[in-house]
Design a protein around this ligand. Structure first.
Ligand code: NAD
Ligand code: WQD
Length: 336
């Protein structure tokens, strides 16, 4: 089976490519390297012994992308390519709406033209906005608080309309919680450019000495220790969820939507503690004001994916921290 992986050089895409290759899928990556490095391809080959076909191109360019559909017989698309920084999306809404919506529309248009029926989409827990009940089920009301989240919700709506009009399509909307960790080999991992926005890469950069102190955004939430609680899922567990989703689509599932999370919430300070233990490094932190737009608690109800996909997040918070640390300590400057 041939899978076109858009954004396959990025954090989640590279880990998913590794799992796909290990499972015997043929992978074609399309990525413009706007948020990734070409060396990732070599790393994927080092881990799997296989070199996926790679097209360096911007998916916004329909003519370019069409060459990929012309030159290959594609069975399924996993669409990771997007801009993903929440804060940046607030200051650059046009770029975010344009990139995230248009890449998806171009991809769907070419899939239609070339009769490719299976589509997996990277959505996010951000579509739950400020969920009222925890854990969050797929049926919870949807809303967003920033342009990035709005692109995810709009694309979900587009996909629901596309499915209504094309019932022979199979579409999996996967809502990721907080992806963290790295491949066990320490060969690939998260490689944020500049100062990280997300908690785990910030912690690893404090541990390696690149950043001095972690700012903990608020300790007055209604949580175990007052700091924000999230559902941290190992990126390899997440990657495996995509393979289960492809298997589901191959049964002519129609449109399906799944939370990919562990079902467990950890506070910022609990994660800091687990990471210190795994790495043997002290993580200096200071409590600062809440970050605007943050919710206190968010964790998944993953039962639907557990039952219908036969998928479960297996890796513990200890393993997540060990793997994050191995990646960061083996690669102090990431891919640079
Ligand atoms: P990433 O930035 O590491 O990977 C995205 C890849 O897409 C990058 O390699 C980038 O170069 C590429 N890309 C972006 N725009 C492109 C374009 N127009 N043409 C070609 N390539 C393009 O991000 P990630 O963390 O791997 O996230 C993958 C997907 O998962 C994204 O859709 C993201 O919104 C979604 N997601 C991520 C998280 C998270 O916390 N990392 C959580 C929920 C959902
Ligand atoms: C986790 C916790 C922070 C940084 C974001 C996006 C979401 C999804 C995943 C893409 C929170 C606290 C963080 C720091 C801190 N991405 N924190 N100091 O906000 O749950 O989700 O990434 O779809 O859409 O919104 O993840 O890692 O930024 O924060 O105290 O320097 O860590 O307040 O409680 P978040 P995060």
């Amino acid at each position: 089976m041939v899978v076109l992986v858009s954004g396959g050089m990025g954090y989640i895409g590279s880990h998913t490519t590794v799992e796909l290759l290990n499972q015997g899928y043929e992978v074609i990556i399309v990525d413009d390297l706007s948020n990734s490095k070409d060396v990732v391809l070599d790393k994927i080959e080092i881990i799997t012994g296989k070199l996926p076909k790679f097209y360096k191109m911007n998916i916004l360019n329909e003519e370019d992308l069409e060459t990929v559909f012309k030159e290959n017989k594609i069975d399924a698309v996993i669409h990771f390519a997007a801009f993903k920084a929440v804060g940046e999306s607030v200051s650059m809404p046009i770029e975010y709406y344009h990139n995230n919506l248009t890449t998806t529309l171009v991809m769907l248009k070419l899939m239609k033209k070339y009769s490719v029926k299976n589509f997996v989409f990277s959505s996010s827990a951000t579509v739950y906005g400020e969920a009222k009940t925890m854990p969050v089920e797929e049926e919870a009301p949807l809303s967003t608080t920033n342009p990035y989240g709005a692109t995810k919700l709009m694309i979900e709506d587009i996909l629901r309309d596309v499915y209504k009009a094309n019932k022979d399509m199979n579409i999996a909307i996967l809502r990721y919680f907080n992806p963290v960790g790295a491949h066990k080999s320490g060969t690939i991992g998260e490689n944020p450019s500049g100062i990280p926005n997300n908690l785990m890469p910030y912690i690893t950069k404090v541990a390696i000495g690149e950043l001095k102190v972690l700012s903990v955004f608020g300790n007055d939430y209604n949580t175990v220790d007052g700091t924000g609680v999230r559902d941290y899922i190992h990126v390899v567990d997440l990657a495996k969820g995509h393979i289960k989703a492809l298997e589901k689509l191959s049964t002519n599932s129609g449109l399906v939507t799944y939370n990919l999370g562990t079902g467990n919430g950890y506070s910022v300070l609990e994660l800091v503690k687990a990471f210190s233990k795994a790495s043997g490094r002290e993580i200096s932190y200071k409590i600062v004001d809440r970050r605007p737009g943050d919710v206190g608690t968010c964790y998944a109800d993953p039962k639907k994916a557990n039952n219908e996909l036969g998928w479960i997040a297996e890796k513990s918070i200890e393993e997540i921290c060990e793997d994050s640390w191995r990646w960061q300590s083996n690669n102090p400057k990431g891919y640079n």
